[in-house]
Design a protein around this ligand. Structure first.
Ligand code: GCB
Length: 662
């Protein structure tokens, strides 16, 4: 039987249960009134992977001069045709709180630079930078190999949180909004071949209401998720900087492969692999595709080619056997390879059937965590050793999955998930959304969410590990996340917003379920739109504190009601208790290691009795940095089952025995 590769459609509105369950109150985040007229100074809302602008003399890029968009976000690859030049290392850095640098041509020379590591957050490096979220400059001199001459050369910035602008030799080449996804600029025309080139990049991470995640109200109201500092609408530190590598890469100047889209399905024991190749222009020539030992010709029309290849007795990708097949696609001319790109692909299907989540046609239950990209000193900066350690610990503990809470993670993390058979719920940074705000603000945020979803799917659509897209975390319909605080008119506004997000996600990718992560006692109506119901529950922590039994009863009620209302798979995407490592008590008391173990045990017991629960993700994998505040001792969220330096708490050993870790 062939499993459908396009299983998802727009469902009808379901019935939300109006009961108001107790909701923790510290998360009350105020509506942002009167902010409709706010603008983002000096930043034009250019799209991400498409953020290619040109200009000169350091003048702000003119959006009308935006070059033809390049939609592909293929990970840069060194091979016999293409080159990659990783610019990671020591750069010059200078903060620019007065935003005077552009007028003073800092893109040429920084007046008093200090060294900084790229990639890295700036916050934990310098005494005066920890809470600095304003504009800062990065500068590096580079020599481009002369062997690259005649090729097309791109600058690709993996992640600049949040707003970025780049200059090469004084000319603006890119602007981008959104802190976690790559953007590229064709810089072929800007390169000096006979000497040094000056690359300058500005980054700023102001918490502005029209951004996603939205900033808090500019005055009044509740500051930050934990009432703390820096003020945010979310519970993780607003790290800033060049968080992932910036690279130069070269592709052939004439036709080159711009994008690949791979869709797999299963027919009996065969894998069926559809590959769509697009080039940068109207390429009409020939090409070749090789999948494992299978080869086929490609015929391009108007720049693209499609092919379906059949893999007999395919090894299906999954946590037990994360088998990857090498797929190589080439453009050829008279037998010569003009461009080539290799992708590791997994043959698998993911689908929702009734209240079950099916991987390769079989029900799957996610065991794992919500995570963060967060480590001492590097902050949110790319930390590959930490990722290797985290995957080792996921294996050790017996987890099969995690969610990229609350933003897209680095590309290498996604590649490792493919290789190691870890299932990923992939999330855009839509955390802290509130629909009781002026219409204009909702419109600006929707545009940001749509852009970030487009970029995320462009970047990660070919990863077998990504099994689901998540379009928001705990959106609100009023000043808090409980139904008690919902302003009725906010519900249809959110409904329209999420219908658009759901439609976008399935238009861009018809093969994966799309979800929204709600919260205990939150607006239920929005779940009706999505394929899977995800909910964060802290019964026994923020509500029913210290009363584990009452907590698990409330959890059982909530998930049963959600199941009755929607008949879909339910995933508890967060549940956890802050735990100071080394604190103990009997009987268990909040903040102790015993309490965390009993809290998790109660939740897992509720889940074990319910086949419609398709996953349990503990909050959090590891302790992580957040804003300072009365709710967060030492500026930390202590719900990790590992400490921030990855030492196991008692709960890690408990989960390991429960999940059969190795
Ligand atoms: C939540 C949020 C997460 C917080 C967590 C907590 O519901 O989604 O970002 O860190 O609660 O620990 O309060």
């Amino acid at each position: 039987m062939a499993l459908s590769t396009l299983p998802f459609g727009l469902p009808e509105r379901g019935s939300g249960n109006p009961d108001v369950l107790t909701r923790r109150d510290f998360l009350c985040r105020t509506a942002t009134a009167g902010l409709a007229s706010l603008a983002v100074p000096g930043v034009s809302p250019l799209a991400g992977g498409e953020a290619v602008a040109q200009g000169g003399n350091g003048s702000p890029a003119d959006p009308t001069s935006v070059a033809a968009p390049h939609r592909g976000l293929l990970y840069p690859q060194q091979n016999q045709i293409r080159n990659v030049f990783d610019l990671s290392g020591i750069w010059e850095f200078q903060m620019d709180p007065d935003e005077a640098g552009e007028a003073q041509q800092w893109y040429a020379t920084l007046p008093s630079p200090r060294p900084i590591a790229v990639p890295c957050s700036w916050n934990d490096l310098f005494e005066d930078a920890r809470d600095y979220l304003g504009l800062a400059w990065y500068r590096k001199e580079i020599v481009v190999p002369s062997s690259w001459r005649g090729q097309r050369i791109f600058l690709r910035i993996g992640s600049a949180n949040y707003s970025a602008k780049a200059w090469i030799n004084g000319a603006v080449v890119a602007q981008h909004l959104g802190g976690h996804l790559p953007f590229i600029a064709d810089i072929s025309g800007q390169i000096a071949w006979d000497g040094r080139n000056v690359l300058a990049i500005t980054v700023e991470n102001k918490q502005l209401p029209e951004r996603v995640p939205p900033g808090p109200p500019s005055e009044g109201g509740v500051a930050g998720a934990s009432g703390g500092f820096p003020r945010t609408t979310y519970d993780f530190f607003p790290y800033a900087g060049l968080h992932r590598a910036a690279v130069l890469y070269s592709v052939p100047a004439a036709a080159h492969i711009d994008d690949l889209t791979v869709i797999t399905s299963i027919d009996g024991s065969d894998g069926v692999v559809n590959v769509k190749v697009t080039t940068n222009g109207e390429y009409q020539g020939a090409g070749r595709a090789r999948l494992g030992g299978i080869e086929a010709d490609l015929a391009f029309h108007a720049g693209s080619a499609d092919i379906t290849m059949r893999v007999p007795s395919a090894r299906l990708w999954g946590p037990e056997d994360p088998h990857l097949y090498p797929l190589t696609v080439s453009l050829t001319d008279a037998g010569r390879t003009r461009d080539t790109y290799t992708l590791s692909i997994g043959i698998r299907t993911i689908a929702v059937h009734g209240d079950q989540l099916l991987l390769n046609g079989r029900p799957i239950k996610l065991k794992g965590f919500g995570k963060h990209e967060d480590s001492p000193v590097s902050g949110r900066g790319h930390n590959l050793p930490m990722w290797i350690r985290d995957y080792e610990l996921l294996r050790w503990i017996g987890a099969n999955s995690y969610r990229t809470s609350h933003y897209p993670y680095g590309e290498e993390a996604m590649q490792l998930a493919d290789q190691l058979g870890v299932l990923v719920i992939n999330e855009i940074p839509a955390v802290g959304l509130n629909f009781d705000v002026p219409e204009q603000l909702t419109g600006q945020r929707l545009a940001q969410c749509r852009q970030q979803l487009r970029e995320l799917i462009a970047r990660d659509k070919n990863h077998p590990s990504t099994i689901m897209w998540n379009v928001a975390n705990e959106p609100m319909g009023g000043s808090g996340s409980g139904r008690g605080s919902v302003v009725p008119r906010a519900v249809p506004v959110g409904m329209e917003f999420f219908r658009q997000m759901y439609a976008d996600a399935h238009r861009l990718d018809g093969t994966r379920p799309v979800t929204l992560v709600g919260v205990q006692g939150g607006v239920r109506d929005w779940h009706a739109i999505f394929d899977v119901v995800c909910v964060n529950c802290y019964y026994g922590w923020y509500s029913q504190p210290g009363q584990l039994e009452l907590g698990t009863q409330a959890l059982a009620r909530e998930v049963d009601e959600l199941h009755r209302a929607f008949g879909k798979p339910v995933i508890v995407t967060e549940f956890g208790a802050d735990t100071i490592p080394g604190a103990h008590s009997t009987p268990p008391e909040m903040w102790t290691e015993e309490y965390q173990v009993e809290f998790l045990r109660g939740f897992l017991d509720v889940s074990a009795e319910r086949t419609f629960i398709a996953g349990m993700h503990v909050w959090n994998f590891a302790d992580f940095r957040t804003s300072q505040g009365t709710m967060r001792a030492t500026g930390m969220n202590f719900k990790g089952v590992f400490t921030r330096d990855r030492r196991p708490k008692m709960a890690a050993h408990f989960l390991r025995s429960r999940w059969g870790g190795k």
